[in-house]
Design a protein around this ligand. Structure first.
Ligand code: CP
Length: 306
């Protein structure tokens, strides 16, 4: 039995296999519609979520399985003081696989130690593995490759977990360059600069004007400045609108540059960008269902002969 805590728990080859499987699902979803008949997915979400929880549930339903779970700590016995270890012991006898999001880093890992079913980390303190897999599928399917890319990362690069995970995943492919666009206070943490970028000899630069670098990007990964990560409301208000991508700025970007965003967005992408064919963030959210279908089948070891 295998759990997924971090996208880097998967080798490049395993990620390739998941992407190939997801692309088969995109081509012929009906073929997979009964693969998980009789199986159940539990979604144990101790933190708010729209995409992660519902895309997991949609994925399992698309596979012919069923779903159960809770969407907040308040509506579970965690509110009475039950430990994650006890909860997963019980869920193990109710479901075949569990997706968990928890505000405490390490909680899904603790759950995995006490679980009799595969546990997928929905989003932990530093890791959001299924968002990273979603991003990789989006890039591969829409750009045609995961190598030879100049990737702009814009917004909150300090607290943005999706950005940290994406950097970790992309440095494993050849000829990846990063352009990091953020205010001084929200620059990428030193440990990522040193342990991931420098350690892998990755070319990168750090700037604070989006317009200057747009013409050189293959991908622009926008992120939200996350109010919930700030201790000080004044700092949040000062920084929240540091970068706003709009249709005027999009004129500076290459015709084939893709705009990704893990969502939810607040102000960082103006709605006048939504109809630009390069804006793929809603498609990206849809791809989240396909990659989670592939992941559920892989962890349950029920991949049909293809
Ligand atoms: N991208 C993402 O994790 O969205 P949710 O917070 O809505 O799950």
């Amino acid at each position: 039995m295998r759990h997924l805590m971090n996208a880097l728990d998967l080798t490049v080859d395993e990620i390739h296999d998941l992407i190939v499987l997801a692309e088969k699902i995109i081509q012929d979803p009906a073929r997979f519609s009964e693969v998980c008949k009789g199986k159940k997915l539990a979604t144990c979400f101790y933190e708010p979520s729209t995409r992660t929880r519902l895309s997991f549930e949609s994925a399992m339903l698309n596979l012919g399985g069923q779903v159960l779970g809770f969407s907040s700590a308040d509506s579970s016995s965690a509110s009475k003081g039950e430990s994650v270890a006890d909860t997963i012991r019980v869920i193990s006898s109710y479901a075949d696989i569990c997706a968990m999001r928890h505000p405490k880093e390490g909680a899904p890992y603790v759950a995995s130690l006490h679980s009799k079913i595969p546990v997928i980390n929905g989003d932990g303190g530093h890791n959001h593995p299924t968002q990273t897999l979603t991003d990789l599928l989006t890039i591969k399917n829409l750009k045609g490759r995961l190598d030879n890319l100049t990737i702009g990362l814009c917004g909150d690069l300090k607290f943005g977990r999706t950005v940290h995970s994406l950097i970790g995943a992309m440095v494993r492919y050849p000829n990846i360059k990063f352009v990091m666009i953020s205010p001084e206070e929200l620059k990428i943490p030193d440990y990522i600069r040193k342990d991931t970028l420098d350690a892998n000899g990755i070319e990168y630069k750090e700037v604070n004007v989006l317009e200057d670098v747009l013409p050189e990007l293959d991908l622009l990964y926008m992120t939200r400045v996350q109010r919930e990560r700030f201790f000080n409301e004044e700092d949040y208000i000062r920084l929240k609108d540091s970068f706003i991508l709009d249709s005027k700025k999009m004129k500076l970007a290459p015709k084939d540059m893709l705009v990704l965003h893990p969502l939810p967005r607040v102000n960082e992408i103006a709605t006048d960008v939504d109809d630009d064919p390069r804006a793929v963030y809603f498609k990206q959210a849809q791809y989240g269902v396909y990659i989670r279908m592939a992941l559920i089948m892989t962890l349950l070891e029920v991949i049909p002969e293809c």
